[in-house]
Ligand binder design. Structure first.
Ligand code: INI
Length: 153
C-alpha cells in the first residue's frame, strides 16, 4: 500500500517567515521559535527570509506576493490576535485566516497559519515560549513536513 509522509529534514529548504509587529513581545518569540526549529532540522540561515508587517491583517497580501515570487518552499505567517484587547477581533482573525488558507491552495504550497488567537495575554505568552512551549517552533515543523509531502506528490 503506497504511503506518503513528510520527513522532517529542512536541508536546502527556502522559507519566508512573515511576522506581525502587533503584539511583538509575543510574535517575535514565535518567529525565534520557528527559526530555531528550521535550523535544528537542517535549514541554512541564509535560506530563511524574515518579513515584518504591521499586523495580522496585512499578512495575506504580503504572503500572496511572496508565494507568487516562486522563491520559497514555504511561508510561515506568525501573528497574535488577543480578544480581550481587540474589539474587532473577529474581523481581523477571519480576514487573516481566509486570506492565508486561500494561498495554500492557490499556489499549492505550504503557507502555514501561525496566528495565535487567544482570549487574553497570558494565554498568548503561554504559547510563545512559556507553559505550552513555543507554537512558532510547531509552525516551522508543520512547514517542513508539508513541504516534504508536497515534494512527493
Ligand atoms: N493586529 C494584530 O496582529 N493583532 C491584534 O491583536 C490587533 N488588534 O488588537 O487590533 C491587530 N490590529 C492591527 C491590524 O492587524 C492591522 O494592522 C490594522 O487594522 C491596519 O490595517
Amino acid at each position: 500500500m503506497p504511503k506518503i509522509e513528510g520527513y522532517l529534514n529542512a536541508a536546502g529548504m527556502k522559507v519566508a517567515i512573515i511576522t506581525a509587529r502587533f503584539n511583538e513581545t509575543i510574535t517575535y518569540k514565535l518567529t525565534e521559535g520557528s527559526i530555531d526549529c528550521l535550523i535544528r532540522h537542517g535549514a541554512s540561515a541564509e535560506d530563511i527570509t524574515e518579513i515584518l508587517v504591521p499586523g495580522a491583517f496585512e499578512i495575506p497580501v504580503v504572503a500572496d506576493k511572496l508565494a507568487a515570487s516562486g522563491k520559497y518552499d514555504a511561508i510561515i505567517c506568525n501573528g497574535a490576535v488577543i480578544r480581550g484587547e481587540t474589539p474587532h477581533f473577529d474581523m481581523i482573525v477571519n480576514s487573516a485566516t481566509s486570506g492565508i488558507a486561500n494561498l495554500s491552495t492557490k499556489y499549492q504550497m505550504a503557507v502555514i497559519y501561525g496566528i495565535l488567537t487567544t482570549e487574553n495575554i497570558d494565554q498568548a505568552f503561554n504559547r510563545a515560549g512559556i507553559k505550552s512551549g513555543n507554537k512558532g517552533w510547531d509552525h516551522a515543523l508543520v512547514a517542513i513536513e508539508t513541504v516534504n509531502v508536497l515534494k512527493q506528490l
